[in-house]
Design a protein around this ligand. Structure first.
Ligand code: AMP
Ligand code: MG
Length: 415
């Protein structure tokens, strides 16, 4: 049986980015750039004032102090978005506001707080060296400079940078369409009448949201019944997507036909079973290079297999150069006894205590219990070879779902 690392090593090469598309900046949040982006122009685009005050020549105010202010005539004003100021003659000043263009000839700003205005004149009480409070043209970004590398994800800050450069369209990697094919005679859709023995196909709703969160496009297919012919037909439809995920039917039961159906349809098996708990019967296969992943039907197994095995692969496909989750170090609240052999991904509630994150494992770790996921904000990774974990020991955890939260503002703890 494969380790998680071996499973990922076999899966990841099948998940290459799908090519690029051009999208409007307002549609680009969360996407990964497929090309680097360079600056179209200097930023700031013109020398401007960082403060409200007076634009001067530094040499004109070099001797200014509280006791010996320098009096200068005020020649015009420059405000953000206003008419461009004229040339500033020596021995004069120009009223200026934050963001406004510097008049040609001026090289420093004296802040308003260091001045006394008196009609057409102003008394300057502080000197201001050349460049003080001036945001020089190109000081943030010079025209042609690299703004963002290929593979960068677009967060609000990156979007702001591109917007400031008047870049309204960007090239991003295509989002894969991921078909979700649930299998099981017992499955009914949300809102259906539930006859005895039937259950709602909750996996499809969970996986749809997990796919959306990763950034892929979910394609929900009607659940297939547990027959080879029905699963095979559904797989042929599913294979129109870029990636196929099946749920259920990958175990060893008499009605677990998924792996057999893969082969009948020409989907080449790559592996079956991973040393992970829950999620062991996960399988991976390829159809003409297209990845097909089978996850168990148990809701918790499906979620864990998605998070640990599928999500990193999809992030890679979406163009993420660092697709792997980055665990945090946490302390176990309670001791935990377990059967060694597989890496266990345990549901937990993480809280911050002092400088540390403490994780309390959920009482229920069964693979079918959906209530055991409520409030979970950490998936604790318990090493395969450990049977006894002791309260207080350090473990690794992937922050999950809602992440760390607390009732008290971080700032309340600071003076
Ligand atoms: P299987 O992997 O098909 O052996 O299913 C394992 C368990 O998960 C069984 O109890 C199924 O009823 C349940 N199950 C299978 N598919 C789903 C699904 N799509 N949604 C919710 N539960 C499921
Ligand atoms: Mg089944």
């Amino acid at each position: 049986m494969r380790s998680i690392a071996e499973a990922l090593a076999s899966m990841l090469p099948a998940f290459s980015p799908l090519g690029e598309e051009e999208v409007h900046l307002t549609e680009s949040a969360g996407r990964y750039l497929s090309r680097e982006v360079r600056a179209r122009f200097d930023s700031p685009p013109f020398d401007n004032s960082a403060m409200d005050g007076y634009a001067v020549r530094a040499t004109d105010v070099a001797s200014a102090t509280k006791d010996t202010p320098v009096r200068l005539p005020v020649r015009g004003e420059s405000r953000a978005g206003g008419a461009l100021p004229g040339h500033l003659e020596p021995g004069a000043t120009c009223r200026i506001f934050t963001g406004a263009p510097m008049p040609a000839g001026a090289d420093a700003i004296v802040i308003q707080e260091d001045t006394d205005r008196d009609g057409d004149e102003v008394a300057i009480r502080e000197s201001s060296p050349e460049g003080r409070h001036v945001r020089a043209q190109g000081s943030d970004v010079s025209s042609g400079a690299l703004l963002l590398r290929a593979g960068a994800r677009l967060w609000p800050g990156e979007i702001g940078l591109l917007a400031s450069q008047n870049i309204d369209r960007v090239h991003v990697f295509r989002r894969p369409k991921v078909a979700i094919l649930s299998t099981g005679d017992e499955l009914r859709q949300l809102g259906d009448e539930l006859e005895p023995g039937m259950i709602i196909n909750s996996n499809v709703y969970v996986l749809t949201e997990m796919l959306r969160e990763v950034g892929a496009i979910p394609v929900d297919l009607p659940a297939a019944r547990d027959t080879l012919t029905e699963i095979e037909a559904a797989l042929r439809t599913a294979l129109e997507a870029d990636v196929v995920i099946t749920t259920g039917g990958v175990s060893v039961g008499e009605y677990d036909f998924v792996n057999e159906a893969f082969e009948n349809v020409g989907i080449e098996p790559m592996f079956w079973k991973v040393r992970i708990k829950p999620g062991k019967p996960a399988s991976f296969a390829k159809y003409q290079g297209k990845p097909v992943i089978g996850v168990p039907g148990n809701p918790i197994s499906a979620m864990v297999a998605f998070e640990v095995l599928i999500a990193p692969c999809l992030r890679k496909m979406l163009g993420d150069p660092q697709p792997h989750p980055q665990p945090v170090v946490a302390r176990l609240r309670d001791s935990y006894h377990r059967r060694p052999g597989r890496v266990e991904i345990a549901r937990a509630v993480a809280t911050r205590e002092g400088d540390e994150i403490v994780v309390a494992l959920h009482r229920l770790q069964g693979s079918g219990s959906l209530p055991s996921f409520v409030g979970v904000n950490a998936l604790v990774i318990l090493p395969a070879d450990r049977a006894e974990l002791v309260a207080g020991e350090k473990v690794e955890a992937i922050l999950w779902g809602p992440g760390l939260k607390g009732p008290i503002s971080l700032f309340d703890r600071m003076s």
